[in-house]
Design a protein around this ligand. Structure first.
Ligand code: GDP
Length: 320
């Protein structure tokens, strides 16, 4: 039984991770902000058996104190501003939460490891956004770090700090996660916005879907699979960087077509309007990851196909 500490336990990934580890019998501690405490209506993650600690990840003293008190075997640093779109409006907050805060976690984990003579295993949730607008496709762990968004720059700092602390002997992993979706994805992400609106249109409760760039291509995977990759990476013998991706990218319009089809609407184009307000100042054209290292070393592979992911999301939205 491992004792784990998860920051961002109230988010999509943190919830799935906590559920997976609780089911396996691990002792799960989670960090939540006061305003993000899970709602007891049963719609979110089932965290009753987890120990929740209320603090803000940017409160270094509080987070360090908690890590010392919990004395975890593993730390998953998943908290952060998860929206690339929002990072343009809030670049400083993004830098503090998704970038600098990782230094607090890594330093606290390193000091604790030194004291007890055994390394805490830290997994930092990095992002494909650290590669910016990549010249190579697909990207593996050797792709140049060249972010083009405030979110990507913050995540790149955290990724570099993982390397710094790995150099000091900490068992620190950087999981370079490509887009990963689920029915728990907030509608700030394009996938959930599409599936939710498709369900509303199918029920006659909305008449259009307003989007930005329809040609952007993303490598969309299934969030619980990505959480599983992080656990495997934490528990591997040596720490490393791992791209976690399906290896296939699709355009936003392909996602729209698949979602509308699932909702029973064939002529999706007549419901979709492009509004420049949703087009970003800079946006990667095509992100697609090569997860060979995770497949070969961790025995990881995605369990859900693109149509299955779309179906799971649309079906949830149709039933709500
Ligand atoms: P991201 O890749 O982490 O930024 O995930 P998102 O789901 O927010 O965006 C995926 C892609 O969809 C990006 O290329 C966006 O520019 C594009 N996109 C097009 N229209 C929209 C929209 O209305 N909302 C969002 N969030 N993204 C959109």
């Amino acid at each position: 039984m491992a004792k784990v500490f998860i920051t961002g336990v109230s988010g999509q990934d943190g919830g799935y991770l906590a559920e997976q580890l609780l089911a396996a019998g691990d002792e799960v501690h989670g960090l939540v902000r006061e305003q993000d405490r899970p709602t007891p209506d049963g719609s979110g993650p089932q965290l009753d058996a987890a120990h929740l600690h209320v603090a803000d990840l940017t409160d270094g003293a509080a987070v360090t104190g908690l890590i010392n008190e919990i004395d975890p075997d593993e730390i998953y640093n998943l908290a952060g501003m998860s929206s690339v779109a929002r990072s343009w409006a809030e670049p400083v907050a993004t830098g503090l939460v998704s970038g600098l805060a990782a230094a607090t976690v890594l330093q606290a984990a390193w000091e604790l490891s030194e004291r007890r003579g055994r390394s805490v295993r830290v997994v930092q949730a990095a992002s494909a956004e650290i590669f910016g607008n990549p010249a190579v496709s697909p990207q593996d762990e050797s792709a140049p770090i060249a972010p083009v968004t405030p979110y990507g720059a913050a995540k790149a700092y955290a990724h570099h700090m993982v390397h710094v602390y790995r150099g000091r002997g900490l068992h620190a992993v950087s999981a370079i996660l490509y887009n990963h979706e689920s029915p728990r994805r907030p509608a700030t992400f394009v996938t959930r916005k599409i599936t939710r609106t498709a369900a509303l249109i199918a029920r006659g409760e909305a008449d259009e879907l307003v989007l930005g760039n329809l040609d952007a291509r993303r490598d969309w995977g299934w969030a619980p699979d990505y959480v599983d990759a992080m656990v495997r990476a934490a528990r591997a013998e040596t720490p490393d960087d791992y791209v976690v991706a399906t290896g296939v990218s699709r355009s936003v319009s392909e996602f729209v077509a698949a979602a509308f089809d699932r909702a029973g609407i064939q002529d999706w184009a007549k419901y979709v309007r492009v509004d420049p307000a949703f087009v970003r100042p800079v946006d990667a054209v095509d992100m697609v990851g090569d997860a060979s290292r995770a497949r070969n070393r961790l025995g990881w592979s995605p369990t859900k196909s693109f149509p299955e992911i779309v179906a799971a999301m649309v079906d949830t939205d149709l039933s709500n």
